[in-house]
Every structure is written in structure tokens, then in C-alpha cells.
Design a protein around this ligand. Structure first.
Ligand SMILES: [Zn+2]
Length: 337
């Protein structure tokens, strides 16, 4: 037995020709490889016959036989696309280990790899999934999704005139914001689940701490956002407007899932200096809200830090993101696609 194993090991090094080894390829598969003219290569020099076998049953291309033999794959997904894109065998091996690979971004991964040769494949995929290889508003994808975890950003926009299907009024009155976010005459609204959890949080804060959580802005219509953005564009120019205000269709407020808050008369844009601010952030996650634009994630979110802007994602996800220190952008970029 030991002798057979040794023999087998020797043959494994030079290719396994069924001498005391497990036969991997069936006669039918061998015939197919013979027709393609690659059987000798596979039998003599192929390190991963199983990869060849898997590809034979999926989307085999004889021109890629050397790559197939270099790769040890679990599934045939993306293999040919990655070879066509020009990734090396080593890079493909690393890419196939990731579960957040997006088939539609493969050529972008390659371009980003070429421009960032020092980065790992894991970092490349994350960066491109975060659209960091593109300028803001360069290649906008229109959102057709009302999930509570929906990503609304400078790369993902709501359709013109979008109105959430389940808006409800909240009892909080709007405080006149110095940033022209809403007027005292406006009705304050959020999507149903977000509204209920926001009200519950505000009541809890009042009961536990004795202060009033107030809303500076909640749902804003597409047209309102357009006027707001244009107002600041005219006042302070494009760089300022794009740092602090979303263009129409790109505001989480338009999605009915964001609320800007403060405490009574405390200036909302200094909320992070409020003595109990950490308690507010920590407690809001238990009610399904995350601080959406933190100071240390400005490069990822594309927005300046906003200590007052909270985004509803549901309780389970809010707690996870808080625990992992992730933004919603990162969550989506890390998700299986
Ligand atoms: Zn906001």
C-alpha cells in the first residue's frame, strides 16, 4: 500500500496516468479533450485536472487550458470572464476566494488592479464595489428597491419624482434649520417602520434622559431636494454643495429613511459636542438607526461628517453595522453579489 502511494505521488508530480491513482477523467471526457487537441497536455502537465473537468461541464474553452490547469476552483463561476479580462492565475485564485465579486465589474477590477498594483485583490474588489474607481455621479445606477437597507448614494439614485410607498407623519415638529432643510410649516414624514422606531427612540430619550429629541429634517421630496441643492450651489458653489448636499434623487431624505435630529434648541450642526451625544448614537442603533456620515469615513461616503444625520436600516442591521464599525456603503460592497 505504501509503495502504491509513493508511486502515486511520483505520478502526481508528472501528471497522473491512472497508475494506481484515482481516475479523474472519464473516457468520454478524455475523448472530448482529444477532439480539442489538449488531451496530452492535460494528462502530462496538468496540475488541476478537476478544474478542467468542471469547465468541461460548463463553459470550456481550449485556449484557456493552461489557466484551468493552474487553478484549483470550487465553482466555475466567473473563471472565463477573469481569464478574458487578463488577470494572472495567481490573481484569479485570489479573486475566486472572495464572495463579493460582481460579475458586471470585472473589467473595472482589472483597470483598478493595473492602476494600483500594490493592492490585494480583496482591497481591489472592495474599492471597486464602493465605486471608488469612478467619480461621483459619473455612472449612476437607478434604484428600484424599497428594502430598508437600500443604498442611496452619489452612485445610486432614486428615479425622478420618486415617493416612498409607505410614508407616515411623525409627531415631531420641524425646527427651522439654519441650513434651509425644512420649514416649520412642513409636515414631518418617514417611512412607516422608521417612523415607529424613531418615535419610540424619542420617547425613550425623554423618559430616560428628560430631553426632547427634535427633527430638523426627515422626508424631502425630489423637487424639494432639487431646490435645496440648487440654493447652495448658487450660494456657495459646486464643491460646497456636493460636500454637504445630495443632488436630487441621491438624498436618503428622498428615500424617507433618513432623519436629521438635534436636542431641543441645541444647534444641530454642533450635535457631536452635546454632552450625551455618544449615548444618542449608541441608543439609536437599538432603534434601527445608524450615524450615516461619520468623520472617519468621509472618503467612503463622499459626504462631509454629519453628526445629525441618521439613517434607518432596521434594528438587526443597525446593531451589526454599529458593532463592526461599518458604513452602509461598506456593507453593500462586502455583500455577496
Ligand atoms: Zn440629513
Amino acid at each position: 500500500m505504501k509503495k502504491i502511494l509513493t508511486l502515486c505521488a511520483i505520478f502526481m508530480l508528472v501528471g497522473c496516468k491512472d497508475v494506481g491513482c484515482e481516475a479523474i477523467l472519464s473516457n468520454e471526457e478524455k475523448n472530448t479533450l482529444k477532439e480539442y487537441g489538449v488531451l496530452d497536455y492535460v494528462e502530462d502537465d496538468c496540475k488541476n485536472q478537476r478544474t478542467v473537468q468542471k469547465m468541461l461541464h460548463d463553459d470550456f474553452n481550449k485556449d484557456y487550458i493552461k489557466s484551468y490547469c493552474a487553478l484549483n476552483i470550487k465553482s466555475t463561476d466567473h473563471v472565463n470572464d477573469l481569464i478574458v479580462a487578463g488577470f494572472s492565475d495567481k490573481e484569479i485564485t485570489a479573486l475566486l476566494k472572495l464572495d463579493n465579486l460582481d460579475e458586471e465589474r470585472i473589467t473595472r477590477y482589472k483597470a483598478y488592479t493595473d492602476a494600483n498594483t500594490e493592492k490585494t485583490m480583496k482591497d481591489i474588489v472592495l474599492a471597486v464595489n464602493l465605486d471608488m474607481d469612478e467619480e461621483a455621479y459619473e455612472n449612476i445606477q437607478i434604484i428600484d428597491d424599497e428594502s430598508l437597507d437600500v443604498l442611496i448614494s452619489k452612485h445610486y439614485g432614486l428615479a425622478e419624482g420618486y415617493i416612498p410607498s409607505d410614508l407616515v407623519d411623525i409627531t415631531s415638529v420641524c425646527q427651522q434649520g439654519v441650513d434651509y432643510s425644512c420649514s416649520t410649516m412642513d409636515k414631518q414624514q418617514l417611512r412607516k417602520e422608521a417612523a415607529a422606531d424613531y418615535e419610540a427612540f424619542a420617547s425613550y430619550a425623554k423618559e430616560k434622559k428628560g430631553y426632547d429629541i427634535v427633527s430638523i429634517a426627515s422626508y424631502r421630496s425630489y423637487d424639494y431636494q432639487k431646490n435645496l441643492y440648487n440654493y447652495w450651489l448658487n450660494e456657495k458653489g459646486q464643491e460646497y454643495a456636493d460636500t454637504y448636499y445630495a443632488r436630487p434623487g441621491h438624498s436618503e431624505h428622498n428615500g424617507g429613511l433618513a432623519i436629521d435630529i438635534s436636542v431641543s434648541e441645541f444647534p444641530f450642526n454642533e450635535l457631536d459636542t452635546f454632552e450625551d451625544y455618544e449615548w444618542i448614537v449608541e441608543t439609536m442603533k437599538d432603534y434601527g438607526f445608524i450615524l450615516r456620515y461619520p468623520e472617519d469615513k468621509v472618503d467612503l461616503t463622499g459626504y462631509g461628517a454629519e453628526s445629525w444625520h441618521f439613517r434607518y436600516v432596521g434594528k438587526k442591521l443597525a446593531k451589526e453595522l454599529y458593532a463592526d464599525g461599518l458604513t452602509l456603503d461598506e456593507y453593500h460592497a462586502l455583500e455577496a453579489r
